[in-house]
Write a protein that binds this ligand. Structure first.
Ligand code: NDP
Ligand code: 2IT
Length: 443
């Protein structure tokens, strides 16, 4: 059996009940076959792949807090510090009822290669909890965040591990966590990113993942002789990534016709009214169904269905495994030419292969959604130099970073004889830097 297959088998045997982690490892290691084949003896001797799939440290802890009825509640907190070969651990925190260790490990594993692709000095990590913020009061959110940070603060720091937002974690949660960190440790430092602008946050971090996704998409399309202007775009999700991907796509002259949340989705053939969505989601924390109050001619449907709409471009921006083989078939049948992942691992392996085999340009999340963490790294830089850059400065750097990530991915794909296979290219380009650093640092 080849080295890659051996390691995949070991991962499945050693990490039972963690299908998302298995999926992420398979997707990456399968892409690395040509590189591994070329260095097999050295990598085996150094146990490079075995080390790559084993987190440096995994933290699992009790989070206790009191709800508004005066009842004590218990959740499980996680932080997986996956790989620090190229910099301090860096990656978001996810608060959602379906969070478990396997989900955090898949996200942490993806983060290693994503962070490497940014070209900035950040290692990979991820954390979160099975706490579900939906329907909780502000006070309950604060109580949870403080309790979560009371434990987490022992293991993080500006040069150690720097968490940020992800699903269910935005500026409000980061604020409560930052306050608690500062109170316990007595240090004002850049230990979290995505902070508010009055206490060390960076301009353009809120927009960065969605804007970066569209900068990457635009570069990929241009490289293939396609203009984004006038294209019809289907977006899933209605959170941070989906909103700012929609905003940038609209600015570049595309028409976004769908958005969704976990209860349903809207189709607005005239183009999404983003101001309405921001009011529903960012101000009122409401449901996407309320969009009909603003645009009575739009259609709302319960459940899933965004990928059944005819579009040129699909941007999955909600969650893992939200675009499956049947969805890929529907997109191809409807003439879709490009899929760019805003979420982490939204497309199943079978769906990805189907899209690629049918000539759809496919941008993998670890490359196309790297703008968020890249801008987090820019926030760390600003914190270190105790300065704040202008929106234009940060946005210009973000744009350059996304163009560079596309070029690196395309170049690696070409180098290994599979031009346009940006999945292969991103995985290889992300891996090469990390592998080099791990080998240089010894056992
Ligand atoms: P938000 O919490 O802001 O928004 C998430 C959106 O996805 C909401 O509309 C939510 O619906 C929907 N959603 C979440 N889980 C599910 C589910 N299980 N089924 C259906 N819909 C779901 O998160 P973000 O926008 O920040 O994150 C979206 C994706 O982008 C995630 O995969 C995240 O890992 C990834 N990402 C985020 C980055 C960031 O900087 N924030 C950076 C890179 C990637 P509802 O409101 O009903 O819960
Ligand atoms: O998946 C991701 O890259 C994020 N949620 C952002 C992480 C970060 O540290 O900004």
């Amino acid at each position: 059996m080849g080295y890659v297959d051996e390691v995949i088998e070991q991962v499945i045997a050693k990490n039972p009940g963690e299908p998302e982690f298995h999926q992420a490892v398979k997707e990456v290691l399968n892409s690395l076959r040509p590189v591994v084949d070329a260095h097999e003896e050295e990598y085996r001797r150094e146990a490079l792949l075995e080390r790559l799939v084993e987190p440096e440290r995994q933290l699992k802890f009790r989070v206790q807090w009191v709800d508004d009825q005066g009842k004590a509640q218990v959740n499980t907190g996680y932080r997986v510090q996956f790989n620090s070969a190229i910099g301090p651990f860096k990656g978001g925190l996810r608060l959602r009822d379906n969070v478990n260790l396997g989900v955090i490990k898949f996200l942490g594993f993806e983060q290693i290669f994503k962070n490497s692709l940014t070209g900035l000095p950040i290692g990979g990590g991820k954390g979160g909890s099975d706490f579900d913020p939906k329907g909780k009061s502000d006070r309950e959110i604060m109580a949870f965040c403080q309790s979560f940070m009371t434990e987490l603060c022992k293991y993080i720091g500006a040069d150690v591990d720097v968490p940020a937002g992800d699903i269910g974690v935005g500026a409000r949660e980061i604020g409560y966590m930052f306050g608690q960190y500062k109170k316990i440790k007595g240090v004002f430092e850049g230990v979290l990113t995505g902070k508010g602008l009055t206490y060390g946050g960076s301009l353009a971090r809120t927009e960065a993942t969605g804007y970066g996704l569209v900068y990457f998409l635009d570069e990929m399309l241009k490289h293939n002789g396609v203009d984004i202007k006038g294209k019809t775009v289907a977006v899933s999700g209605a959170g941070n990534v989906a909103i700012y991907a929609t905003e940038k796509a609209q600015q570049l002259g595309a028409k976004v016709v769908t958005l969704s949340d976990s209860t349903g989705w809207v189709y607005d053939p005239e183009g999404i009214d983003l101001q309405a969505v921001k009011e529903i989601k960012e101000v009122r924390r409401g449901r996407i169904k309320e969009y009909l109050n603003y645009r009575p001619n739009a259609q709302y449907t319960d459940g899933k269905g965004v990928w059944s709409v005819k579009c040129d471009i699909a941007l999955p921006c909600a969650t893992q495994n939200e675009l499956l083989l049947d969805d890929a078939k529907a997109l191809v049948a409807n003439g879709c030419i490009a899929v760019a992942e805003g979420a982490n691992m939204p497309t199943s392996i079978e769906a990805t292969e189907y899209l690629q085999q049918n000539g759809v340009l496919f941008a993998p999340g670890k490359a196309s959604n790297a703008g968020g963490v890249a801008t987090s790294a820019l926030e760390m830089t600003q914190n270190s130099e105790r300065l704040s850059w202008t929106f234009e400065e940060v946005d210009a750097k973000l744009h350059d970073i996304m163009v560079n990530i596309f070029r690196k991915s395309a170049e690696a794909a070409e180098r290994y004889g599979q031009p346009k296979n940006y999945v292969l290219g991103a995985n290889i380009a992300g891996f090469e830097k990390v592998a080099n650093a791990m080998l240089a640092q010894g056992i």
